[in-house]
Design a protein around this ligand. Structure first.
Ligand SMILES: Nc1ncnc2c1ncn2[C@@H]1O[C@H](COP(=O)(O)OP(=O)(O)O)[C@@H](O)[C@H]1O
Ligand SMILES: [Mg+2]
Ligand SMILES: [Zn+2]
Length: 506
């Protein structure tokens, strides 16, 4: 026989597509032709496969070899096709009878010495295989735990091409995936660590309950970073669908822990202010990598020292924050990654980073306004909760016993509040208070009684609050009512909500 075919999976963005790898061997001048829209990495695959086959002790067929990847119009990226190409080629050459690989998906990159190397994106690749009815996969040994996260799939690992050949030829068993750990994953930082800071803690809780973006302003050492890092600890766990989505994105980025656990906690990403635009939004040649925005999908994107980020970086966040997706333009068609994040930013109010009122600060009022002004257009405009936190006092910090509530206690309130909001907005197809459009809040049946919004309307008339700011305060008032177990916000909720908006206009 001079023809053979095996299955593989190609990824475009987060979506896997089953790819048939065909090999045809014909008499003629020895050569290898790869067709089916391959990218550069696939041309390199030709050389890797040849070396791996020879260095695994197999005979290299001295014929004209055509490798074809179908569907031809699917863009193909990355190095995960190597193993399938090698198997198809050896099958086509008559070296191997491929019946053992019938309806089996092969994934893996080959080293020149014939080792099988791990690849990025195994989780979404296996998901696609199962969806296409192919429930047996052979993956690099280091990716076996990851592949085994998908229910209903039979996973085997390979460490060398030699092992795969032994399996096909003699039935030598492949490697079993490791058993998944039974212990729960380690906990992140806990709110119990934060002494005092009633306003900052409340802001974090309200942001979690309503899904609101959050800005923490204040001098160095005020505990802004500490508070932000603890937001994920009070967010609800991801459900099955969300956990798969998030884990898939981390898999494509090559950032998955090797233990074979789905990511169940909302992710937390804190890119440094020197981060490049590409590392924020994603990209790269070959198989595109998700950036921090997509690694934070369904979790928290934290911009620490936000005013220090470059203009291009801040600008690049604007569209994804609006749409919940990142679109990368690439040479062959665009790629999209999901990026629905809760944004948290922290900033010093002053470019010299000395505490406000510090006698060493010589920044002019104009310099201070300009500093935060860099954030206002693209970002601050979308942020419902904006508070200024001050460093905790010594007495609170040194208290012998922690009186601070733990994340578990706060998370329980957040869960209840979210359930109330989801129930209320379900008829509108919405889930979180942060998603409710202003007009909905201003009209019956959700409009608040005039007596409860008197101060707010007065601010609006005075011009010290914009219409958008008005809506934001009302939105926060709903979240506060949900947290405190009231059906509708009252006057006190509106007042507290106003206090959670120390932004430029409230
Ligand atoms: N409220 C607090 N309770 C306990 N420790 C605190 C508190 N505020 C600050 N700290 C301590 O001070 C350090 C600096 O806080 P950090 O969150 O980095 O401040 P910021 O980001 O505002 O500059 C923290 O790592 C922590 O050890
Ligand atoms: Mg900090
Ligand atoms: Zn200053």
């Amino acid at each position: 026989m001079s023809y053979a075919r095996v299955h593989c999976v190609g990824l475009v963005g987060v979506t896997g597509h089953v790819v048939q790898v065909e090999a045809d061997l014909a008499p003629g001048l020895p050569a290898v032709v790869v067709s089916g829209l391959p990218d550069t990495a696939l041309h390199e695959a030709r050389d890797r496969v040849r070396a791996a086959v020879v260095n695994s002790g197999q005979r290299w067929p001295n014929r004209r070899i055509t490798i074809n990847l179908l569907p031809a119009d699917l863009p193909k990226f990355g190095s995960a096709f190597d193993l399938a190409i090698a198997a198809a080629l050896l099958g086509g050459a008559g070296e191997l009878a491929l019946t053992a690989l019938d309806r089996v998906v092969l994934l893996g990159e080959l080293g020149l010495d014939g080792t099988v190397r791990p690849v990025r994106g195994v989780l979404p690749m296996v998901t696609a295989a199962v969806r296409a009815g192919l429930d047996r996969v052979v993956v690099p040994a280091e990716n076996a735990a990851e592949a085994a996260m998908i229910p209903g799939v039979r996973v085997r690992g390979v460490d060398t091409l030699h092992r795969l050949v032994g399996f096909v030829r003699d039935g030598t068993p492949l490697l079993e995936p490791p058993t998944p750990p039974t212990s729960p994953p380690p906990d992140g930082p806990d709110l119990a660590d934060v002494a005092g800071q009633s306003l900052g803690r409340r802001a974090v809780e309200v942001a979690a309950a309503g899904g609101h973006h959050l800005a923490l302003l204040g001098p160095p050492g005020a505990g802004k970073t500490m508070l932000a890092e603890r937001l994920p600890s009070i967010l609800p766990e991801l459900d099955d669908g969300a956990a798969l989505e998030v884990t898939a994105l981390h898999s494509i980025a090559g950032r998955l822990p090797a233990d074979g656990r789905l990511l169940r906690r909302p992710p937390f990403q804190a890119p440094h202010h020197t981060a490049t635009v590409a590392s924020l939004v994603g990209g790269g040649s070959g198989l595109a990598r998700p950036g921090a925005l997509s690694l934070a999908h369904r979790g928290v994107l934290f911009l620490d020292e936000a005013a220090e980020f470059g203009k291009n970086a801040l600008e690049a966040l604007r569209q994804p924050l609006e749409s919940g997706r990142v679109r990368l333009t690439r040479s062959r068609g665009g790629t999209e990654f999901p990026a629905r994040v809760q944004l948290v930013l922290a900033a010093n109010p002053c470019p010299c980073a000395k505490p406000a009122g510090d006698s060493h600060c010589e920044c002019t009022p104009l310099a201070r306004r300009r500093y935060l002004g860099r954030l206002s257009g693209p970002l601050l405009d979308r942020i419902d909760v904006q508070v200024t936190v001050q460093p905790v006092r010594a007495a609170e910090l040194m208290a012998t016993e922690s009186t601070s509530e733990s994340s578990a206690v706060v998370a329980a309130r957040v869960t209840t509040a979210r359930a109330a909001a989801a129930h209320r907005w379900r008829p509108l197809g919405l889930n979180l208070n942060a998603e409710v459009p202003g007009p909905v809040l201003r009209r019956p049946p959700w409009r608040l009684p005039l007596s409860d919004t008197a101060e707010l309307r007065a601010r609006l008339d005075r011009g010290s609050l914009s219409a958008r700011g008005f809506d934001r305060v009302v939105r926060l008032a709903w979240t506060i009512a949900d947290l405190d177990g009231r059906d509708r916000p009252g006057r006190d909720d509106v007042l507290e909500a106003t206090g959670l908006r120390t932004g430029e206009e409230s």
